[in-house]
Design a protein around this ligand. Structure first.
Ligand code: CMC
Length: 446
Protein backbone atom coordinates (compact mmCIF):
# COMPACT_ATOMS: atom_id res chain seq x y z
CA UNK A 1 0.00 0.00 0.00
CA UNK A 2 1.37 3.40 -1.06
CA UNK A 3 0.99 6.07 1.54
CA UNK A 4 3.13 9.09 2.19
CA UNK A 5 0.63 10.31 4.75
CA UNK A 6 1.00 10.93 8.46
CA UNK A 7 -0.15 8.16 10.75
CA UNK A 8 -3.91 7.85 10.73
CA UNK A 9 -6.15 8.00 13.78
CA UNK A 10 -7.59 4.77 15.14
CA UNK A 11 -10.61 4.88 17.46
CA UNK A 12 -12.19 2.12 19.51
CA UNK A 13 -15.98 2.20 19.64
CA UNK A 14 -18.15 1.21 22.62
CA UNK A 15 -18.68 -2.22 21.07
CA UNK A 16 -14.93 -2.77 20.95
CA UNK A 17 -14.54 -2.53 17.15
CA UNK A 18 -11.75 -0.31 15.96
CA UNK A 19 -12.44 2.45 13.49
CA UNK A 20 -9.79 4.06 11.33
CA UNK A 21 -10.57 7.62 10.24
CA UNK A 22 -9.26 7.08 6.75
CA UNK A 23 -10.52 6.39 3.28
CA UNK A 24 -8.78 3.99 0.90
CA UNK A 25 -8.73 4.89 -2.77
CA UNK A 26 -7.75 2.32 -5.37
CA UNK A 27 -6.52 3.69 -8.66
CA UNK A 28 -7.75 1.17 -11.23
CA UNK A 29 -5.27 2.50 -13.78
CA UNK A 30 -2.39 1.18 -11.72
CA UNK A 31 -4.00 -1.11 -9.13
CA UNK A 32 -2.34 0.92 -6.36
CA UNK A 33 -4.23 1.82 -3.18
CA UNK A 34 -3.81 4.96 -1.11
CA UNK A 35 -5.00 5.50 2.43
CA UNK A 36 -5.99 9.11 3.04
CA UNK A 37 -6.78 10.57 6.48
CA UNK A 38 -10.27 11.93 7.13
CA UNK A 39 -10.56 15.01 9.34
CA UNK A 40 -13.94 16.61 10.04
CA UNK A 41 -15.51 14.36 7.36
CA UNK A 42 -13.15 15.75 4.74
CA UNK A 43 -10.05 14.62 2.92
CA UNK A 44 -7.39 17.10 1.87
CA UNK A 45 -7.36 17.68 -1.87
CA UNK A 46 -3.54 17.88 -1.70
CA UNK A 47 -3.49 14.26 -0.50
CA UNK A 48 -4.77 13.25 -3.93
CA UNK A 49 -1.64 14.62 -5.59
CA UNK A 50 0.35 11.46 -4.78
CA UNK A 51 -1.99 9.46 -7.04
CA UNK A 52 -0.07 9.15 -10.29
CA UNK A 53 0.30 6.72 -13.18
CA UNK A 54 3.89 7.78 -13.94
CA UNK A 55 6.28 9.31 -11.39
CA UNK A 56 6.58 12.46 -13.56
CA UNK A 57 2.76 12.97 -13.72
CA UNK A 58 1.41 16.09 -12.02
CA UNK A 59 -0.82 13.96 -9.82
CA UNK A 60 -4.56 13.79 -9.28
CA UNK A 61 -6.70 16.84 -8.58
CA UNK A 62 -10.35 17.15 -7.63
CA UNK A 63 -12.65 18.91 -10.13
CA UNK A 64 -15.42 20.95 -8.52
CA UNK A 65 -16.84 23.76 -10.64
CA UNK A 66 -18.71 26.31 -8.46
CA UNK A 67 -17.36 24.64 -5.28
CA UNK A 68 -20.34 22.35 -4.90
CA UNK A 69 -18.50 20.07 -2.51
CA UNK A 70 -15.27 21.79 -1.57
CA UNK A 71 -14.51 23.38 1.79
CA UNK A 72 -12.12 26.27 1.17
CA UNK A 73 -11.50 27.14 4.79
CA UNK A 74 -12.00 26.22 8.42
CA UNK A 75 -14.31 28.76 10.01
CA UNK A 76 -15.73 29.41 13.46
CA UNK A 77 -18.12 32.19 12.54
CA UNK A 78 -21.39 30.95 11.02
CA UNK A 79 -22.97 27.50 11.02
CA UNK A 80 -25.63 26.36 8.57
CA UNK A 81 -27.38 23.00 8.46
CA UNK A 82 -29.09 23.29 5.09
CA UNK A 83 -31.16 20.10 5.45
CA UNK A 84 -32.59 21.10 8.81
CA UNK A 85 -32.85 24.83 8.03
CA UNK A 86 -30.54 25.91 10.89
CA UNK A 87 -28.49 29.12 10.93
CA UNK A 88 -26.29 30.18 13.84
CA UNK A 89 -23.77 32.98 14.34
CA UNK A 90 -20.96 31.94 16.71
CA UNK A 91 -23.31 29.28 18.10
CA UNK A 92 -26.32 31.57 18.70
CA UNK A 93 -29.49 30.73 16.75
CA UNK A 94 -30.66 33.29 14.25
CA UNK A 95 -34.15 33.15 15.77
CA UNK A 96 -32.85 34.15 19.21
CA UNK A 97 -30.63 36.91 17.84
CA UNK A 98 -33.49 38.30 15.72
CA UNK A 99 -35.70 38.37 18.79
CA UNK A 100 -33.30 39.67 21.43
CA UNK A 101 -30.28 41.31 19.83
CA UNK A 102 -29.56 44.43 17.80
CA UNK A 103 -27.59 44.58 14.57
CA UNK A 104 -24.64 46.34 16.18
CA UNK A 105 -24.46 43.78 18.99
CA UNK A 106 -24.68 40.94 16.44
CA UNK A 107 -21.96 42.56 14.34
CA UNK A 108 -19.74 42.66 17.44
CA UNK A 109 -20.48 38.97 18.03
CA UNK A 110 -19.50 38.07 14.47
CA UNK A 111 -16.35 40.17 14.57
CA UNK A 112 -15.08 39.41 18.06
CA UNK A 113 -16.52 35.94 18.64
CA UNK A 114 -18.46 36.76 21.85
CA UNK A 115 -21.49 38.81 22.80
CA UNK A 116 -20.25 42.11 24.25
CA UNK A 117 -20.50 43.12 27.89
CA UNK A 118 -22.41 46.37 28.49
CA UNK A 119 -19.12 48.33 28.56
CA UNK A 120 -17.84 46.66 25.39
CA UNK A 121 -21.10 47.36 23.58
CA UNK A 122 -21.02 51.01 24.63
CA UNK A 123 -17.46 51.34 23.38
CA UNK A 124 -18.26 49.56 20.08
CA UNK A 125 -21.36 51.68 19.48
CA UNK A 126 -19.39 54.84 20.25
CA UNK A 127 -16.62 53.93 17.81
CA UNK A 128 -18.96 52.90 14.98
CA UNK A 129 -21.11 56.00 15.51
CA UNK A 130 -18.05 58.25 15.47
CA UNK A 131 -16.98 56.90 12.10
CA UNK A 132 -20.24 57.52 10.25
CA UNK A 133 -19.17 60.80 8.66
CA UNK A 134 -17.48 60.69 5.27
CA UNK A 135 -14.82 62.96 3.83
CA UNK A 136 -16.31 65.89 1.89
CA UNK A 137 -14.40 64.75 -1.20
CA UNK A 138 -16.41 61.52 -1.15
CA UNK A 139 -19.53 63.63 -1.55
CA UNK A 140 -17.97 65.17 -4.66
CA UNK A 141 -17.06 61.70 -5.86
CA UNK A 142 -20.73 60.65 -5.51
CA UNK A 143 -21.82 63.82 -7.31
CA UNK A 144 -19.95 62.57 -10.37
CA UNK A 145 -22.39 59.71 -10.92
CA UNK A 146 -25.17 60.04 -13.47
CA UNK A 147 -28.60 60.76 -11.94
CA UNK A 148 -29.89 57.27 -12.84
CA UNK A 149 -26.78 55.33 -11.73
CA UNK A 150 -27.66 52.14 -9.87
CA UNK A 151 -26.93 52.74 -6.15
CA UNK A 152 -25.14 49.38 -5.92
CA UNK A 153 -22.65 50.56 -8.57
CA UNK A 154 -22.15 53.76 -6.58
CA UNK A 155 -21.59 51.88 -3.32
CA UNK A 156 -19.08 49.45 -4.88
CA UNK A 157 -17.05 52.32 -6.32
CA UNK A 158 -17.23 54.49 -3.22
CA UNK A 159 -16.12 51.72 -0.86
CA UNK A 160 -13.21 51.00 -3.22
CA UNK A 161 -12.42 54.73 -3.29
CA UNK A 162 -12.15 54.78 0.53
CA UNK A 163 -8.87 52.85 0.18
CA UNK A 164 -7.37 55.98 -1.37
CA UNK A 165 -8.38 58.01 1.69
CA UNK A 166 -7.00 55.65 4.34
CA UNK A 167 -3.46 54.61 3.51
CA UNK A 168 -3.11 53.08 6.98
CA UNK A 169 -5.53 50.36 5.82
CA UNK A 170 -2.70 48.61 3.99
CA UNK A 171 -1.27 47.59 7.37
CA UNK A 172 -3.49 44.52 7.42
CA UNK A 173 -1.46 42.49 9.92
CA UNK A 174 -1.73 45.26 12.51
CA UNK A 175 -4.67 44.50 14.79
CA UNK A 176 -5.15 48.16 15.73
CA UNK A 177 -5.34 49.14 12.05
CA UNK A 178 -7.83 46.37 11.27
CA UNK A 179 -9.99 47.56 14.16
CA UNK A 180 -9.95 51.14 12.87
CA UNK A 181 -10.93 50.08 9.33
CA UNK A 182 -13.73 47.97 10.82
CA UNK A 183 -15.20 51.00 12.62
CA UNK A 184 -14.94 52.97 9.40
CA UNK A 185 -16.47 50.33 7.14
CA UNK A 186 -19.36 49.42 9.45
CA UNK A 187 -19.92 53.09 10.31
CA UNK A 188 -19.76 54.52 6.79
CA UNK A 189 -21.74 51.87 4.89
CA UNK A 190 -25.17 53.37 5.80
CA UNK A 191 -23.91 56.90 5.08
CA UNK A 192 -22.62 55.98 1.62
CA UNK A 193 -25.77 53.95 0.86
CA UNK A 194 -28.04 56.83 1.94
CA UNK A 195 -26.00 59.42 0.03
CA UNK A 196 -26.18 57.24 -3.10
CA UNK A 197 -29.96 57.10 -2.70
CA UNK A 198 -30.29 60.87 -2.18
CA UNK A 199 -28.09 61.46 -5.21
CA UNK A 200 -30.47 59.47 -7.44
CA UNK A 201 -33.32 61.68 -6.18
CA UNK A 202 -31.33 64.88 -6.59
CA UNK A 203 -31.93 65.64 -2.93
CA UNK A 204 -29.37 67.18 -0.55
CA UNK A 205 -27.34 64.73 1.51
CA UNK A 206 -28.39 64.39 5.16
CA UNK A 207 -25.49 64.12 7.60
CA UNK A 208 -25.46 61.39 10.26
CA UNK A 209 -27.26 62.02 13.54
CA UNK A 210 -25.08 60.39 16.18
CA UNK A 211 -27.88 60.37 18.76
CA UNK A 212 -29.90 57.86 16.74
CA UNK A 213 -29.50 54.09 16.59
CA UNK A 214 -27.67 52.48 13.66
CA UNK A 215 -30.89 51.74 11.68
CA UNK A 216 -32.58 54.92 12.97
CA UNK A 217 -29.75 57.09 11.70
CA UNK A 218 -29.86 55.28 8.35
CA UNK A 219 -33.58 56.09 8.02
CA UNK A 220 -32.75 59.70 8.97
CA UNK A 221 -30.10 60.01 6.24
CA UNK A 222 -32.48 58.48 3.69
CA UNK A 223 -35.78 60.13 4.41
CA UNK A 224 -35.30 63.36 6.37
CA UNK A 225 -36.64 66.40 4.56
CA UNK A 226 -37.49 69.63 6.40
CA UNK A 227 -37.85 68.32 9.97
CA UNK A 228 -35.54 69.97 12.49
CA UNK A 229 -34.93 66.56 14.05
CA UNK A 230 -35.82 63.27 12.36
CA UNK A 231 -37.60 60.73 14.57
CA UNK A 232 -37.62 57.24 13.04
CA UNK A 233 -40.78 55.20 13.41
CA UNK A 234 -39.89 52.56 16.07
CA UNK A 235 -41.62 49.71 14.15
CA UNK A 236 -39.69 50.46 10.97
CA UNK A 237 -36.47 51.04 12.91
CA UNK A 238 -36.77 47.64 14.63
CA UNK A 239 -37.86 45.89 11.40
CA UNK A 240 -34.77 47.23 9.63
CA UNK A 241 -32.57 46.18 12.56
CA UNK A 242 -33.96 42.62 12.38
CA UNK A 243 -33.39 42.52 8.63
CA UNK A 244 -29.81 43.69 9.24
CA UNK A 245 -29.28 40.90 11.81
CA UNK A 246 -30.60 38.28 9.36
CA UNK A 247 -28.27 39.47 6.59
CA UNK A 248 -25.12 39.92 8.68
CA UNK A 249 -23.35 36.72 7.63
CA UNK A 250 -24.00 33.50 5.75
CA UNK A 251 -20.72 31.55 5.71
CA UNK A 252 -19.03 30.82 2.37
CA UNK A 253 -21.50 32.30 -0.13
CA UNK A 254 -20.41 33.95 -3.39
CA UNK A 255 -19.56 37.38 -1.93
CA UNK A 256 -17.84 35.96 1.16
CA UNK A 257 -15.79 33.68 -1.02
CA UNK A 258 -14.92 36.82 -3.00
CA UNK A 259 -13.80 38.81 0.05
CA UNK A 260 -11.63 35.87 1.07
CA UNK A 261 -10.29 35.35 -2.46
CA UNK A 262 -9.45 39.02 -3.03
CA UNK A 263 -8.28 39.47 0.57
CA UNK A 264 -5.91 36.53 0.17
CA UNK A 265 -3.74 38.74 -2.07
CA UNK A 266 -3.29 40.94 1.05
CA UNK A 267 -4.98 43.95 -0.48
CA UNK A 268 -6.57 46.52 1.89
CA UNK A 269 -10.08 45.76 3.30
CA UNK A 270 -11.80 48.54 1.29
CA UNK A 271 -10.70 46.96 -2.00
CA UNK A 272 -11.57 43.46 -0.77
CA UNK A 273 -15.05 44.40 0.49
CA UNK A 274 -15.77 46.47 -2.65
CA UNK A 275 -15.18 43.26 -4.61
CA UNK A 276 -17.56 41.43 -2.27
CA UNK A 277 -20.28 44.05 -2.85
CA UNK A 278 -19.78 43.57 -6.60
CA UNK A 279 -20.33 39.82 -6.15
CA UNK A 280 -23.46 40.50 -4.10
CA UNK A 281 -24.86 42.75 -6.85
CA UNK A 282 -25.64 39.80 -9.16
CA UNK A 283 -29.26 38.62 -9.57
CA UNK A 284 -28.40 35.11 -8.35
CA UNK A 285 -27.09 36.54 -5.05
CA UNK A 286 -28.06 39.80 -3.33
CA UNK A 287 -29.69 41.20 -6.45
CA UNK A 288 -32.40 38.53 -6.22
CA UNK A 289 -34.61 40.67 -3.92
CA UNK A 290 -34.85 43.27 -6.69
CA UNK A 291 -35.69 40.55 -9.22
CA UNK A 292 -38.44 39.09 -7.00
CA UNK A 293 -40.41 42.33 -7.02
CA UNK A 294 -39.91 42.71 -10.79
CA UNK A 295 -41.15 39.14 -11.22
CA UNK A 296 -44.24 39.71 -9.04
CA UNK A 297 -45.06 42.83 -11.07
CA UNK A 298 -44.61 40.84 -14.27
CA UNK A 299 -46.97 38.11 -13.02
CA UNK A 300 -49.47 40.89 -12.29
CA UNK A 301 -52.27 38.98 -10.51
CA UNK A 302 -52.98 35.92 -8.38
CA UNK A 303 -54.89 34.35 -11.29
CA UNK A 304 -51.78 34.44 -13.47
CA UNK A 305 -49.54 32.60 -10.97
CA UNK A 306 -50.27 29.05 -12.31
CA UNK A 307 -49.38 30.17 -15.83
CA UNK A 308 -46.10 31.65 -14.56
CA UNK A 309 -45.26 28.49 -12.60
CA UNK A 310 -45.83 26.51 -15.81
CA UNK A 311 -43.19 28.67 -17.53
CA UNK A 312 -40.78 28.12 -14.62
CA UNK A 313 -41.27 24.35 -14.88
CA UNK A 314 -40.68 24.50 -18.62
CA UNK A 315 -37.31 26.09 -17.87
CA UNK A 316 -38.26 29.41 -19.50
CA UNK A 317 -37.68 31.45 -16.36
CA UNK A 318 -36.80 31.07 -12.68
CA UNK A 319 -38.94 31.59 -9.64
CA UNK A 320 -36.73 34.29 -8.13
CA UNK A 321 -36.33 34.17 -4.35
CA UNK A 322 -36.60 30.38 -4.41
CA UNK A 323 -33.85 27.80 -4.10
CA UNK A 324 -30.51 27.84 -2.36
CA UNK A 325 -27.19 26.09 -2.75
CA UNK A 326 -27.12 25.11 0.92
CA UNK A 327 -30.71 25.18 2.21
CA UNK A 328 -32.75 22.18 1.14
CA UNK A 329 -35.44 23.22 3.58
CA UNK A 330 -37.24 26.48 4.40
CA UNK A 331 -34.60 29.22 4.80
CA UNK A 332 -34.90 30.12 8.53
CA UNK A 333 -34.36 33.79 7.64
CA UNK A 334 -37.37 33.73 5.27
CA UNK A 335 -39.59 32.48 8.10
CA UNK A 336 -38.61 35.41 10.37
CA UNK A 337 -38.87 37.89 7.48
CA UNK A 338 -42.42 36.77 6.72
CA UNK A 339 -43.39 37.66 10.29
CA UNK A 340 -41.64 41.04 10.11
CA UNK A 341 -43.41 41.71 6.78
CA UNK A 342 -46.81 41.54 8.47
CA UNK A 343 -45.66 43.96 11.21
CA UNK A 344 -44.56 46.46 8.54
CA UNK A 345 -47.77 45.96 6.52
CA UNK A 346 -49.86 46.61 9.66
CA UNK A 347 -48.23 50.03 9.83
CA UNK A 348 -47.78 50.91 6.16
CA UNK A 349 -50.68 49.01 4.59
CA UNK A 350 -50.53 45.67 2.84
CA UNK A 351 -48.25 45.45 -0.16
CA UNK A 352 -50.51 44.60 -3.12
CA UNK A 353 -47.87 42.13 -4.38
CA UNK A 354 -48.17 40.05 -1.19
CA UNK A 355 -51.11 37.96 -2.44
CA UNK A 356 -49.18 37.05 -5.60
CA UNK A 357 -46.13 36.10 -3.53
CA UNK A 358 -48.21 33.95 -1.16
CA UNK A 359 -49.84 32.17 -4.09
CA UNK A 360 -46.43 31.49 -5.69
CA UNK A 361 -45.24 30.04 -2.39
CA UNK A 362 -48.40 27.96 -1.88
CA UNK A 363 -48.24 26.40 -5.34
CA UNK A 364 -44.48 25.88 -5.28
CA UNK A 365 -44.51 24.16 -1.89
CA UNK A 366 -47.03 21.61 -3.21
CA UNK A 367 -45.73 21.19 -6.72
CA UNK A 368 -43.69 18.09 -7.63
CA UNK A 369 -41.09 20.18 -9.58
CA UNK A 370 -40.18 22.27 -6.52
CA UNK A 371 -40.66 19.51 -3.94
CA UNK A 372 -38.35 17.12 -5.83
CA UNK A 373 -35.63 19.76 -6.14
CA UNK A 374 -36.15 20.95 -2.55
CA UNK A 375 -36.76 24.53 -3.64
CA UNK A 376 -38.07 26.70 -0.80
CA UNK A 377 -38.37 30.48 -0.35
CA UNK A 378 -35.02 32.01 0.48
CA UNK A 379 -34.13 35.23 2.32
CA UNK A 380 -34.86 37.34 -0.75
CA UNK A 381 -38.42 36.21 -1.38
CA UNK A 382 -40.17 38.49 1.12
CA UNK A 383 -37.54 41.19 1.83
CA UNK A 384 -38.37 43.10 -1.36
CA UNK A 385 -42.01 43.43 -0.31
CA UNK A 386 -40.98 44.86 3.06
CA UNK A 387 -38.47 47.26 1.54
CA UNK A 388 -41.06 48.41 -0.98
CA UNK A 389 -43.62 49.05 1.75
CA UNK A 390 -41.00 51.01 3.70
CA UNK A 391 -40.63 53.32 0.70
CA UNK A 392 -37.40 52.04 -0.87
CA UNK A 393 -37.08 51.91 -4.65
CA UNK A 394 -36.15 48.44 -6.00
CA UNK A 395 -32.61 49.51 -6.90
CA UNK A 396 -31.91 50.06 -3.18
CA UNK A 397 -32.79 46.46 -2.23
CA UNK A 398 -29.35 44.91 -2.81
CA UNK A 399 -27.77 47.89 -1.03
CA UNK A 400 -29.92 47.04 2.01
CA UNK A 401 -28.38 43.56 1.89
CA UNK A 402 -24.83 44.89 1.53
CA UNK A 403 -24.95 47.26 4.55
CA UNK A 404 -25.26 44.57 7.25
CA UNK A 405 -23.21 41.97 5.34
CA UNK A 406 -20.19 44.27 5.80
CA UNK A 407 -19.67 42.98 9.36
CA UNK A 408 -19.74 39.36 8.15
CA UNK A 409 -17.31 40.08 5.33
CA UNK A 410 -14.84 41.75 7.69
CA UNK A 411 -15.12 38.90 10.22
CA UNK A 412 -14.42 36.37 7.44
CA UNK A 413 -11.58 38.48 6.00
CA UNK A 414 -9.93 38.74 9.40
CA UNK A 415 -10.32 35.01 10.03
CA UNK A 416 -8.62 34.36 6.70
CA UNK A 417 -5.71 36.67 7.51
CA UNK A 418 -5.11 35.02 10.88
CA UNK A 419 -5.37 31.44 9.58
CA UNK A 420 -1.82 30.08 9.16
CA UNK A 421 -3.08 27.49 6.65
CA UNK A 422 -4.38 30.12 4.22
CA UNK A 423 -2.38 31.38 1.27
CA UNK A 424 -3.20 33.37 -1.84
CA UNK A 425 -6.33 31.80 -3.41
CA UNK A 426 -5.31 30.13 -6.61
CA UNK A 427 -7.43 27.29 -7.96
CA UNK A 428 -6.21 24.80 -10.54
CA UNK A 429 -7.80 24.16 -13.92
CA UNK A 430 -8.20 21.26 -16.28
CA UNK A 431 -6.86 22.54 -19.56
CA UNK A 432 -8.69 21.20 -22.61
CA UNK A 433 -7.63 23.89 -25.09
CA UNK A 434 -5.28 23.58 -28.03
CA UNK A 435 -1.85 22.02 -27.77
CA UNK A 436 1.04 24.09 -29.24
CA UNK A 437 0.18 25.88 -32.48
CA UNK A 438 2.35 27.90 -34.86
CA UNK A 439 1.62 31.59 -35.28
CA UNK A 440 0.22 32.29 -38.77
CA UNK A 441 0.88 35.69 -40.38
CA UNK A 442 -2.41 37.63 -40.86
CA UNK A 443 -2.49 37.26 -44.66
CA UNK A 444 -2.45 33.47 -44.32
CA UNK A 445 -5.43 33.27 -41.91
CA UNK A 446 -8.80 32.13 -43.25
N1 CMC B 1 -36.63 28.46 -10.00
C1 CMC B 1 -36.78 27.34 -10.75
N2 CMC B 1 -35.94 26.30 -10.74
C2 CMC B 1 -34.87 26.40 -9.91
C3 CMC B 1 -34.65 27.53 -9.10
C4 CMC B 1 -35.59 28.58 -9.16
N3 CMC B 1 -35.44 29.67 -8.40
N4 CMC B 1 -33.52 27.34 -8.39
C5 CMC B 1 -33.03 26.15 -8.75
N5 CMC B 1 -33.84 25.59 -9.67
C6 CMC B 1 -33.71 24.25 -10.28
C7 CMC B 1 -32.57 24.24 -11.30
O1 CMC B 1 -33.02 24.57 -12.58
C8 CMC B 1 -32.10 22.82 -11.17
O2 CMC B 1 -33.00 21.98 -11.88
P1 CMC B 1 -32.45 20.68 -12.70
O3 CMC B 1 -31.91 19.78 -11.63
O4 CMC B 1 -33.66 20.17 -13.40
O5 CMC B 1 -31.39 21.20 -13.62
C9 CMC B 1 -32.26 22.49 -9.70
O6 CMC B 1 -33.30 23.35 -9.24
C10 CMC B 1 -30.99 22.75 -8.87
O7 CMC B 1 -30.61 24.09 -9.03
P2 CMC B 1 -29.12 24.60 -9.21
O8 CMC B 1 -29.12 25.74 -10.19
O9 CMC B 1 -28.19 23.45 -9.49
O10 CMC B 1 -28.83 25.13 -7.76
P3 CMC B 1 -27.63 26.05 -7.32
O11 CMC B 1 -27.26 25.63 -5.95
O12 CMC B 1 -26.55 26.09 -8.33
O13 CMC B 1 -28.28 27.52 -7.31
C11 CMC B 1 -29.44 29.45 -6.64
C12 CMC B 1 -28.75 28.16 -6.18
C13 CMC B 1 -29.81 30.27 -5.41
C14 CMC B 1 -28.45 30.29 -7.49
C15 CMC B 1 -30.71 29.08 -7.47
O14 CMC B 1 -31.60 28.36 -6.66
C16 CMC B 1 -31.37 30.31 -8.05
O15 CMC B 1 -30.96 30.78 -9.12
N6 CMC B 1 -32.43 30.88 -7.35
C17 CMC B 1 -33.05 32.11 -7.80
C18 CMC B 1 -32.17 33.30 -7.42
C19 CMC B 1 -32.25 33.59 -5.95
O16 CMC B 1 -33.31 33.61 -5.35
N7 CMC B 1 -31.06 33.87 -5.36
C20 CMC B 1 -30.96 34.23 -3.94
C21 CMC B 1 -30.25 33.19 -3.15
S1 CMC B 1 -30.42 33.41 -1.37
C22 CMC B 1 -29.66 34.91 -0.99
C23 CMC B 1 -28.22 34.91 -1.22
O17 CMC B 1 -27.46 34.21 -0.55
O18 CMC B 1 -27.81 35.70 -2.09
Amino acid sequence: MDSALPTTQTKTSETGTTRRDTVTITDNRTGKSYELPITHDAIRAMDLRQIKVHPEDFGMMSYDPAFNNTASCISRITYIDGDKGILRYRGYSIEELAEKSTYLETAYLLLRGELPTAAQLKDWQYNVTHHTFIHESIKKFLDGFHYDAHPMGMVISTIAALSTFYNDAKDIFNEESRRKQTYRLVGKMPTIAAFAYRHTLGMPYVYPDNDLSYPGNFLNMLFRTSEARYRPNPTLERALDILFILHADHEQNCSTNTVRGVGSSHVDPYSATAAAIAALYGPLHGGANEEVVRMLHEIGSVQKVPEFIKRVKAGETKLMGFGHRVYKNYDPRARIIKRVAYEVFDLMGKNPLLEIALECERIALEDEYFVKRKLYPNVDFYTGLIYQSMGFPTTMFPVLFAIPRMSGWIAQWEELLLDPEQKIARPRQIYLGYDTRSYAPIEQRL
